[in-house]
Design a protein around this ligand. Structure first.
Ligand code: DOR
Ligand code: ZN
Length: 349
């Protein structure tokens, strides 16, 4: 049996649904799913049922998370363009600012004319995380040229979006980008088969766009799961919400790609650990590691720790899985079991 040891993985883009929608996920089940997937640090998004756009809501969210989390957890702040008075108060306790420029779960899309004011008001160089699909790239470029603040383009999913980032990097602008495993491993053809279980924003794209992402992986900084759990019942409803879970399948999928020669192990580590650590200035506890078994296994809904209980990758064969996770010299996960106590992990900022 071949095993390898990886550093604790970092996912800077997850939706843990707590507070407000804990029937989908909560801080315990979401962070348990993270450990099962080899992630020991994550950053949670602010599009809760009530969006996290005030210091008061953020404080409540953090106090709640402290009781439940089994992996280190930080938070992005939210803005709808009308809460600039809160920025100074939260800048030292958040990891970044999330801005939605397109329609997705929760309906927190800003008027794109407000982007420039948001950039002016954000008082720190902690990243501005943009959900900005290709239709809004002109406004992003104009804003970034005027106010060159550190920007992370979330879940880049097609050729046009990645070309935009590559050009902006060439021009010396402070920009990074993330790609999700679902955009790397699924296409619009799978969306037809998966129905609502393949329905997310950005949508799954044609093969040609997927190939462009693989061919230009060098220009990608981070693999982010965009873990976005919804119940099966919600997905099967007449208006299924956008989003798929991803924390437990990201590493197995990337290990499969590595085994197929699509990327090196060094690149895998930079995409799932090093680049996020640098961008968000994360120092993980010493003696933190993930023991991975490199043998073929099949992803199954039955083994999912996430409260949603399903994955769009059910039935897929992958090249490896997480056997054990150690944080600060303590074994916190072993062979499917969460050993860390609720509330034992750190809130990071
Ligand atoms: O598919 C998505 N789901 N995309 C997003 O941007 C949000 C997420 C969610 O919160 O469900
Ligand atoms: Zn997201």
């Amino acid at each position: 049996m071949k095993t390898i040891t990886l550093p604790g993985l970092i996912d800077p883009h997850v939706h843990l649904r707590d507070p407000g929608q804990t029937h989908k996920e909560d801080f315990y089940t979401g962070t348990a799913a993270a450990l099962a997937g080899g992630f020991t640090t994550m950053i949670d998004m602010p599009n809760n049922l009530v969006p996290i756009t005030t210091k008061k809501l953020l404080d409540q969210k953090i106090a709640n998370a402290k009781q439940k989390t089994v992996c280190d957890l930080g938070f992005h702040f939210g803005t709808l363009g009308d809460n600039f008075d809160q920025f100074e108060m939260v800048k030292d306790i958040v990891m970044g600012l999330k801005v939605y420029m397109n329609i997705t779960t929760g309906g927190y899309k800003i008027d794109s004319a407000k982007l420039i004011d948001i950039y002016k008001a954000w008082p720190t160089n902690k990243p501005i995380m943009l959900h900005a699909e290709d239709d809004v790239s002109d406004i992003v470029l104009k804003t970034l040229k005027t106010i060159p603040k550190q920007t992370h383009m979330c879940h880049v999913s097609n050729q046009k979006e990645l070309e935009f980032v590559l050009k902006a990097k060439e021009a010396g602008l402070p920009i990074t980008c993330g790609v999700t495993p679902h955009h790397l491993f699924l296409t619009d053809k799978d969306a037809d088969k998966l129905g609502p279980f393949g329905h997310m924003k950005p949508y799954l794209k044609p093969k040609k766009d997927q190939q462009f992402l693989w061919d230009h992986l060098d220009g990608v900084d981070i693999i982010e799961s965009d873990h976005a759990p919804h119940t099966k019942q919600e997905k099967l409803s007449s208006q299924p919400p956008f989003g798929v879970p991803g924390l437990e399948t990201t590493l197995p999928l990337m290990l499969t790609a590595q085994a197929e020669g699509k990327l090196t192990m060094d690149k895998l580590i930079s995409l799932l650990h090093t680049n996020s650590a640098k961008l968000f200035n994360i120092n993980q506890p010493k003696n933190t590691s993930v023991l991975v078994e490199l043998s073929e296994t099949t992803i199954s809904n039955k083994n999912i720790h996430s409260k949603c209980g399903w994955t769009p990758f059910d039935g897929m064969a992958v090249a490896g899985f997480v056997k054990e996770v150690t944080v600060n010299n303590k074994v916190v996960y072993n062979n499917g079991k969460i050993l860390a106590k609720a509330g034992s992990a750190k809130i990071i900022k």
